[in-house]
Ligand binder design. Structure first.
Ligand SMILES: Nc1ncnc2c1ncn2[C@@H]1O[C@H](COP(=O)(O)OP(=O)(O)OP(=O)(O)O)[C@@H](O)[C@H]1O
Ligand SMILES: [Mg+2]
Length: 410
């Protein structure tokens, strides 16, 4: 039989100096002793030895899932019944005032010298601070996850916006050319004496612009299916001439004089023809826009090709337009940067992405005395192994819009 008087550590200083809450039950489950900390956690001070107070001195107990835990089903009852230890079990103590404290329970059985079970000691500790810290951590993690998801969604939206803008930008030009050539073709046919030759030329231009629009769409579709597009050897001088022919009516309508200084022995460049053509088109379109308002000098577009060292090719585009405000010089390559009322600000961003996908670079400098100079440097006769083109060169553009540290998964 457990006699608290004979076990003076129950009632003496030892039980009080223990850091946690401690109480002792006899073999019948009667609470025979407890320390001050236990009384604080229970929110009450039951009379030791009160036979109504069995297995625990608390007012009420709950399981961690919130269901009621009768005193007769507590770990203390189990320890006294089995003589086993109960380790690290969680429960919730409810005080008489209704406040609740989560606790961690450890119970050891007590035996006399003959090995008979005479009671058990329960050391339990307040988990409130730890639980609060866990909840705080869980909340912080949830907030972080939410912030990351929002950032990722923002990045996705930016990518989607750039994709849409890029497609619209690149498709818009051939579509406009198709409409212009179709109406020109109709005019040639509707004359009293139809000019079939001119009408055929207009139809041919419609065909080549239609093909170009379809290539753009295919490139973008390929990009989403993750295909890599192989390049071919491209004759850049021919590409410049073809592109100028394609833009012929625009250049004529804006009274632009084109001066070609193309190096005759220019070696081919390894790349994607329609992507490289996109660069030339965008740069010349910008030059045309910049010269549209110039009336006091010749509107001159000079395109030069050259070899700058044994394996580098340079294309330069000089215009006599309004020039670029020095404070905007670096920003003009940013997606969506534009100074035009109806501009999208995608042309140069697309150009730079394509050039970089080709392992080259594109730079701008002020023209002397007027206008701007765009210089495109590319490896000549590179081998297919050296670079594989991502479709349309837009991957680099999209990558630049994505936040690198963002994971798209939780
Ligand atoms: N040759 C040039 N002369 C003067 N400014 C230029 C020239 N090329 C580009 N810019 C400036 O760079 C900006 C960005 O050009 P970009 O081609 O990226 O977009 P945009 O021409 O404004 O619109 P879009 O998306 O329709 O091409 C232009 O708005 C213009 O201010
Ligand atoms: Mg442009």
């Amino acid at each position: 039989m457990l006699n608290p008087e004979r076990h003076d550590w129950f009632t003496g200083d030892l039980i009080e100096v223990l850091p946690g809450a401690v109480y002792v039950c006899d073999a019948d489950g009667v609470v025979v002793a407890y320390n001050r900390r236990a009384g604080e956690l229970w929110g009450r001070r039951p009379k030791p030895g009160d036979t109504d107070q069995k297995y625990c001195g608390s007012h009420k107990l709950f399981r961690p899932d919130g269901t009621h835990l009768p005193h007769s089903e507590t770990p203390m009852e189990w320890v006294l019944r089995t003589g086993e230890r109960a380790c690290d079990q969680e429960a919730i103590v409810e005080r008489p005032d209704g406040s609740r404290v989560p606790v961690l329970v450890n119970i050891a059985p007590l035996f006399d010298r003959d090995g008979a079970l005479i009671g058990a000691v329960n050391c339990f500790q307040d988990l409130s601070v730890q639980k609060l810290a866990e909840e705080e951590r869980a909340r912080a993690e949830a907030e972080l996850r939410l912030a990351r998801r929002e950032l990722a969604q923002g990045a996705r939206r930016a990518t989607a916006a750039a994709t849409t803008a890029a497609i619209a930008h690149e498709v818009q030009q051939p579509l406009a050319a198709i409409v212009a050539n179709a109406s020109a073709g109709l005019r040639w046919l509707n004359r009293p004496q139809p000019d079939l030759g001119e009408a055929c030329c207009a139809l041919e231009r419609i065909m080549s612009n239609g093909r170009r629009a379809s290539e753009v769409v295919q490139s973008v579709m390929g990009m989403f299916s993750g295909d890599n597009q192989e390049g071919t050897l491209v004759d850049t001088n021919k590409l410049v001439r073809d592109t100028i022919a394609l833009l012929g009516s625009d250049l004529e309508a804006t009274s632009i004089v084109v001066d070609l200084e193309l190096f005759p022995e220019l070696p081919p460049v390894y790349g994607h023809r329609s992507h490289l053509q996109q660069i030339i088109l965008n740069i010349i379109t910008n030059a045309t826009d910049a010269m549209r308002t110039v009336n006091n000098r010749t509107r001159l577009l000079r395109v030069k090709s050259a070899i700058v060292n044994p394996n580098r090719m340079m294309l330069s585009f000089e215009d006599s337009g309004t020039g670029i405000d020095p404070k905007n010089l670096e920003r003009i390559f940013d997606p969506f940067f534009t100074t035009k009322a109806k501009g999208m600000g995608m042309g140069l961003a697309i150009c730079r992405s394509i050039v970089e996908a080709h392992g080259g670079n594109l730079a701008v400098s002020p023209g002397i005395p007027h206008g701007s100079v765009f210089k495109l440097l590319c490896h000549s006769q590179d081998t297919p192994a050296k670079f594989k083109l991502w479709n349309f060169g837009l991957h680099a553009l999209f990558d630049s819009l994505r936040s690198p540290a963002i994971s798209y998964e939780d």
